[in-house]
Design a protein around this ligand. Structure first.
Ligand code: SAM
Length: 366
């Protein structure tokens, strides 16, 4: 059993009382995600990709969107999540948190206590005219600010000292290198990683958290450091370096253009396009990594994760959406994908009337 499988098993037993369905690579838990993640072992999750109620949108049909009378109360609630997210993320993990533009600046400041905020992604929707319904009828002359046509995604990594760029990998490398007594210049020379500008720059950049070594550079570095005999082992690349894999064939900027999910019977009011979630997961995780969504809604994050052969943990408080996620996971299983029912009380004893019908489910399974 590898470390990810062990983490998955430990999470599963820690939250067993909340689990509605599970399989070797998917867990669906029902309940308040803050209480549930407090039971997770520390440093057990690779990516948190989540979409909390936005609060500023005040939607009646999203649990929790109108729960806070003051912005500050919402921020205090999110601050409790930030503490837990930092604790349960692996040091080389990534956080994506969707939010509304109205709240993004304050959330970014809040997350900066525990994370290095690396990007504030702008999600823009090239929806064709007419698709946005009421927006077409809106009297543009009555606007008093630019119409908020975008949403934000705060992308961050766990921080060591809350400083810009100070990453867990940088600290780890510095600590190990010092133990071996090798200088940054000597290490650079030994692995052939010369900084373009100043000799020795690559290793000091990695230690400062400004950049990371490639797998090849890391492996060469392990050989040199281990050869000193002053350290016993080096962690595998997947456990040390935060993955970030983009190229010119994929979106590499902080502006993401994805159409909203088209309306259909049973659509979640805040459903995110799975193609956008796939892009985020593929760039920031390895196959087998654990992807957590604390506000799972319709389960799009889980479907994206399973499609990419990652493990998925979904937590949702609203039973109607728990049932939808269960059905979507089941549908995947039925079609020969990965999810397989083990326990599924919600589908047998839940409110059958609110279950989406099969046609609706197929309509939004990409
Ligand atoms: C913005 S929506 C997420 C939509 C989702 N990204 C999708 O693509 O379908 C937020 C979800 O969080 C759920 N929620 C609100 N408070 C929660 C809590 N304390 N614990 C777990 N889920 C919660 C809501 O029921 C809602 O489905």
């Amino acid at each position: 059993m590898n470390t990810r499988e062990r983490d998955f098993k430990e999470i599963s037993s820690a939250i067993s009382s909340s689990i509605r369905i599970s399989s070797p690579d998917a867990i669906l838990a029902e309940g308040d995600s803050l209480s549930i993640i407090r039971k997770f072992p520390s440093q057990s999750v690779s990516v948190i990709l989540t979409d909390p109620p936005y609060h500023s949108t005040k939607k009646h049909n999203i649990y929790g969107d109108r729960a806070f009378s003051e912005d500050q109360h919402y921020l205090e609630w999110m601050a409790e999540y930030a503490i837990e997210w930092k604790r349960i993320l692996k040091p080389n993990g990534s956080l994506f948190c969707f939010c509304a533009s109205e709240m993004s600046a304050r959330l970014e400041v809040l997350f900066s206590k525990d994370f290095n905020v690396l990007s504030q992604v702008v999600w823009t929707k090239p929806n064709e005219p007419g698709f946005d319904g009421w927006k077409q009828k809106m009297k543009k002359e009555s606007l008093r600010q630019w119409y908020p046509h975008t949403e934000r995604v705060i992308f961050a990594e766990p921080a060591c000292e809350g400083n810009l760029h100070r990453s867990p990998f940088g600290n780890l490398l510095k600590e190990i290198r010092k133990k071996t007594g090798i200088s940054t210049n000597t290490l650079c020379e030994a692995i052939g990683a010369y900084g373009r500008v100043n000799h020795g720059g690559a290793v000091s950049n990695w230690e400062a958290g400004r950049n990371v070594p490639s797998r090849e550079q890391y492996e060469k570095m392990c050989v040199v450091l281990l050869a000193t005999g002053k350290i016993e082992a080096m962690p595998p690349y997947e456990d040390a370096v935060r993955p970030f894999m983009v190229d010119s064939s994929k979106e590499f900027t902080d502006v993401w253009t994805f159409p909203s999910v088209r309306p259909y019977k049973g659509k979640h009011p805040a459903e995110k396009p799975t193609s956008m979630l796939e892009q985020a997961i593929e760039a920031t995780s390895f196959p087998g990594d654990i992807i957590l969504d604390c506000f799972a809604g319709s389960g799009s994050t889980a479907l994206a994760a399973l499609k990419l052969k990652r493990s998925s943990i979904s937590i949702e408080i609203d039973v109607k959406w728990v049932e939808t996620i269960a059905a979507r996971l089941e549908l995947q299983g039925a079609e020969g994908h990965k999810a397989k029912k083990i326990t599924n009380e919600c589908l047998i004893s839940g409110e059958q009337k609110s279950r989406p019908d099969q046609a609706s489910l197929l309509a939004y399974t990409e």
